[in-house]
Design a protein around this ligand. Structure first.
Ligand code: COA
Length: 315
């Protein structure tokens, strides 16, 4: 497969670090040096599915593929207002798609997981045009009184259209199964039979543990992908790393010994928009005309689960 088109859409409201410091005991002086974030887009009046549809339409237009010609669709999402149907069905109904869709909840590396599933579909010879959407609203997961989590995240949606081609060169999905470092509970509907105590909790995160996991897992995955593809670090033109924290990205870049220009970032005005991060970054770089045919792009994501994954794609 190959990527034939990308698109993204962001909420209009931008919340700066100074805005946050008006109601939280925090400051730009704390947030920016520790995370690289200055502001983030946060959903106010928009609906997540409408942002996703905007991203889909842009990606379809770039790929010159009609919505009715998409024959499979994966939606990567952690939280949205529907419990059923999957957000993919909601997006499909508004975007005029008529194909089966699957929702995946793989957290931040969802983009890489989605791409890897799509690759398997292409290899089975059953699809010609496939859509991947990552639509995320982590601002609805964090407690806005918890300065250690809410300052890190931003909302957004992005999409990519995949068509036939031999450009997906290698991938590695990994897991260190353990929900404890990063999880959220929501309250289920009560029944007459449940006797155990149930409660809801906003996003809980052990920041330092996640930080260390992110760097170790990302470096392991990248090394495996390079080995599988018979490539070296210096062969890669761009590393598109999940935008969780500028210091995580810088540390990975430092370990690999790669110059800054090969590690584009947009965290400064987006924050971490979970699985949408990498795909929004891809679309922004693509629309700036950064990539040329034959460039090697290495994607990597990590997050709740704890899950991680990397993939190598030729542009
Ligand atoms: N403003 C001001 N102070 C803050 C703060 C904020 N927004 N957030 C935390 N602090 C305080 C803490 O309360 C703590 O104070 P204390 O020493 O008095 O207890 C102090 O800063 C240090 O907190 P700590 O959590 O140890 O900071 P850190 O250097 O580990 O940085 C993160 C915190 C969250 C930025 C960092 O751990 C991180 O980025 N982790 C990865 C998170 C991530 O990417 N998650 C998603 C993965 S997909």
């Amino acid at each position: 497969m190959k990527i034939a088109g990308t698109g993204s859409a962001l909420p209009t409201k931008q919340v700066t670090n100074d805005d946050l410091s008006k109601f939280l005991d925090t400051s730009d002086e704390w947030i920016f040096p520790r995370t690289g974030i200055k502001s983030r887009h946060v959903i106010s009046d928009e609906n997540l599915e409408d942002l996703a549809v905007e991203a889909v339409n842009k990606a379809l237009e770039m790929a010159s593929v009609a919505a009715c010609d998409i024959d499979f669709f994966i939606c990567s999402n952690v939280v949205n207002e529907y419990i059923t149907p999957g957000l993919g069905c909601v997006i499909a109904s508004k975007a005029g798609l008529a194909c089966p869709s699957i929702d995946i909840n793989c957290g931040c590396p969802g983009f890489v997981y989605g791409m890897d599933i799509i690759d398997k579909y292409f290899r089975s010879g059953t699809v010609k045009n496939v859509l991947l959407v990552a639509a995320e609203e982590p601002s609805r997961m964090t407690a806005w009184t918890d300065r250690s989590t809410c300052v890190l995240f931003g909302d957004g949606a992005a999409a990519a259209v995949f068509t036939e081609g031999g450009n997906y060169l290698a991938s590695k999905l990994s897991a260190r199964p353990d929900p404890d470092p990063l999880y959220q509970y929501h309250l289920m509907e009560p029944t007459p039979y449940v006797t155990k105590e149930e409660y809801s909790l906003p996003l809980q995160m052990k920041g330092r543990e996640v930080f260390k996991f992110a760097i170790t897992a990302c470096l392991d995955d990248i090394k495996t992908v390079l080995d599988k593809a018979g490539k070296k670090v210096e062969d890669i033109d761009y590393f598109l790393i999940h935008q969780a924290n500028q210091r995580i990205v810088d540390s990975i870049r430092g370990h690999l010994g790669v110059e800054e220009a090969k590690f584009p970032t947009n965290i400064i005005d987006h924050g971490n928009s979970s699985s949408a991060s990498c795909l929004i970054l891809l679309d922004e770089c693509n629309r700036k005309g950064m990539f040329k045919r034959g460039d090697l792009l290495l994607f990597s994501g990590f997050g709740a689960g704890l899950l991680s994954g990397s993939a190598l794609l030729e542009w």
